[in-house]
Design a protein. Structure first.
Ligand code: PEP
Ligand code: MN
Length: 260
């Protein structure tokens, strides 16, 4: 089982369950600072936030671009957090390199082979989200594009697939967790925010992810979800996020106790 080392303390795919959290999009410094303080207080060490946003409508907020990356770097330095952010274009790989710790390849780009090859050449980890219409086999083959260029530091992220069900934004295909554990050596992270699109389903989805042996979760949290520039309806507020972390920790303690 491959482990992703961000430094000596942060390891994804080891014994510890990893929580990554932050807003869907980087909106401004104040927003990111308040989320960073919350994460520090809760001992969550990786912050997310999109600077380049793949939006369905070209009229929706597209992200702050390079200015968003600069905010992320300030947060990284000021709070000692590790940073993950999505890139959408092969040209972003070099540009984003100095600002972030983990490259996120979004669902819409899982089969953007030029992008996959480009992140395959760098020495930073890549979180590869499942395409919303991708089979597990296609997803594994997409990871091979990264691996074949030399980058072994791959994290897979189940974020739900499109089905006929419309109650949830996507159908969170949690069976991919044990399947990928069997078929690949990579850590697997579950994204209940995009996987369900509904904040009340995030806790049960996290519990299921833990039970199935996932290596972590990635959660959207925002200081004021009703005013978020993207994905507010699936974002937790700070109180809700604190409760989520408590529940996750309780479940992890319980499982550790049982395994003794
Ligand atoms: C995101 O993480 O904000 C995002 C756009 O996710 P996905 O690519 O899974 O839709
Ligand atoms: Mn989002």
């Amino acid at each position: 089982m491959a482990k992703i080392k961000l430094d000596d303390e942060i390891i994804i795919g080891g014994e510890e369950f990893t929580v990554i959290a932050g807003p869907c999009a980087v909106e401004n410094e104040k927003q990111m600072e308040s989320v960073a303080s919350l994460l520090k207080a809760l001992k969550v060490s990786i912050i997310r936030g999109g600077a380049f946003k793949p939006r369905t409508s070209p009229r929706s907020f597209q992200g702050l671009g390079i200015d968003g990356l600069k905010i992320l770097k300030d947060i990284k330095q000021g709070y000692g957090l590790k940073v993950i952010s999505e890139i959408m274009d092969p040209r972003d790989v070099e540009e984003a390199y100095e600002y972030i710790d983990i490259y996120q390849i979004g669902s819409r780009n899982m089969q953007n082979y030029s992008l996959l090859k480009e992140v395959g050449k760098v020495d930073k980890p890549v979180l590869l989200k499942r395409g919303m219409s991708a089979t597990i086999d296609e997803w594994i083959k997409a990871s091979e594009y990264i691996r074949m260029e030399g980058n072994k530091n791959i994290i897979l992220c189940e974020r739900g697939i499109r089905t006929f069900e419309t109650y949830t934004r996507n159908t969170l295909d949690l069976m991919s967790v044990p399947i990928l554990k069997d078929k690949t050596e990579y850590p697997i992270i579950v994204d209940p925010s995009h996987g369900t699109g509904r904040r009340e389903l995030i806790l049960p989805a996290c519990k299921a992810a833990i039970a199935l042996g996932a290596d972590g979760v990635i959660i959207e949290v925002h200081p004021n979800p009703d005013r978020a520039l993207s994905d507010g309806e699936q974002s937790l507020n700070f109180e809700e996020f604190k409760k989520l972390i408590e529940e996750i920790n309780n479940m992890l303690d319980l499982l550790k106790g049982e395994c003794k």
